[in-house]
Design a protein around this ligand. Structure first.
Ligand code: AHR
Length: 329
């Protein structure tokens, strides 16, 4: 019998309508057997990070006897597909919905529908706007603002003596938490440290290699690279695409222009070992097992923190070679 024990989720954190939960109705969903039926609306498959994250969550769900079934939807970076997935999960009467929201806004209506149905929502990876924070129980993922600060701290030290420190920025998906927060943390750090800088341009590459390369090509044809000190790429894929564009323009990434990337994939570290990347801020996708624990806690009505950050590190050129064999994705 599938467990339906949702009453009293996180006292004072998220109140569920009792009629719709903990009612012993096991007819919903098709999970069958013991354990929880979980719906996961994933962002997509835009990066090695994302694929590693999906693999981590699926493997953890498969291995965890507390989980009867994980219904996984790849939303192809489209919010509408995630909203449709949530509505389908509600119809299927899942026990818990996990959402990795592609952007921060536009969730109120569908999350209210989940609330009305008595299904708790957990955010994995990305966050949503503060106005909707009562509509989810907890978030497990990265502290993207801290990642931005880490990148900014390295840039502030590296370019401390530069009186006109000139930056190109490749932002992640417009409106996404990591794009907003990595930007905010980075420039807040530079401002706090009193660094004089110019943002020469800042455009979205949508967290993909193809779009990162295309945007970098436009940057190069518009500004050249002679007067640019740093490229801050919000993820590995965009940084790797930009590296291709820089090389095709006959320049040396990592030397003619310094590069910071965020994620820490094997390919990103290899670029670092090859001297094409100068600093890597880790974003850790391997929180599948931790997520299963949170799902069970939430389903059992235990009190949970509103936000649990995953552990992450930072790496400079002196560490790339030793760290490369440790990278998992
Ligand atoms: O939300 C995490 C970010 O999403 C990762 O940095 C990026 O690679 C992915 O697309």
């Amino acid at each position: 019998m599938k467990r339906r024990t949702l009453a009293g989720i996180g006292a004072g954190v998220f109140l569920l309508p009792l009629a719709a939960c903990g009612d012993g109705d096991d007819s919903g969903g098709d999970g069958g057997g013991d354990g929880l039926l979980v719906g996961f609306a994933q962002v997509g498959a835009e990066s090695a990070w994302r694929t590693a994250n999906s693999d981590s969550v699926k493997a953890a769900a498969d291995a965890d006897e507390r989980i009867a079934e994980l219904k996984f939807v790849d939303a192809q970076q489209e919010q509408e597909k995630q909203i449709d997935a949530i509505r389908t999960f509600i119809t299927q009467k899942v026990d818990v919905i996990v959402l990795a929201p592609v952007v921060e806004t536009g969730w109120t209506e569908v999350l209210e529908e989940a609330e009305q149905a008595g299904i708790p929502v957990i955010l994995a990876d990305r966050g949503i706007e503060e106005a909707d924070e009562d509509l989810y129980v907890t978030r497990l993922g990265s502290d993207f603002v801290a990642e931005g600060h880490s990148a900014g701290a390295w840039a502030a030290t590296t370019f401390a003596a530069d009186t006109d420190f000139r930056i190109l920025e490749l932002q992640g998906t417009t409106g996404s938490a990591p794009a907003n927060d990595r930007k905010a943390g980075f420039f807040d750090e530079l401002d706090t440290q009193g660094v004089a800088y110019t943002i020469v341009d800042s455009q979205t590459g949508n967290f993909t290699k193809e779009e990162g390369k295309a945007v970098m090509e436009t940057f190069i044809s518009t500004y050249g690279l002679e007067d640019i000190d740093l490229l801050y790429a919000h993820n590995d894929e965009m940084g790797l695409g930009a590296i291709q564009a820089i090389e095709e323009a006959g320049k040396a990434p990592g030397t003619d222009i310094q590069i910071i990337i965020v994620d820490g994939s094997k390919a990103g570290f290899q670029a670092g070992v090859d001297g094409k990347v100068n600093y890597i801020v880790e974003c850790n996708p391997a929180f599948g097992e931790q997520l299963m624990d949170v799902i069970v806690q939430v389903a059992d009505g235990e009190s949970v923190e509103k936000f649990t950050p995953v552990e992450e590190g930072v790496f400079d050129a002196s560490q790339f070679e030793a760290e490369l064999p440790n990278r998992q994705f």
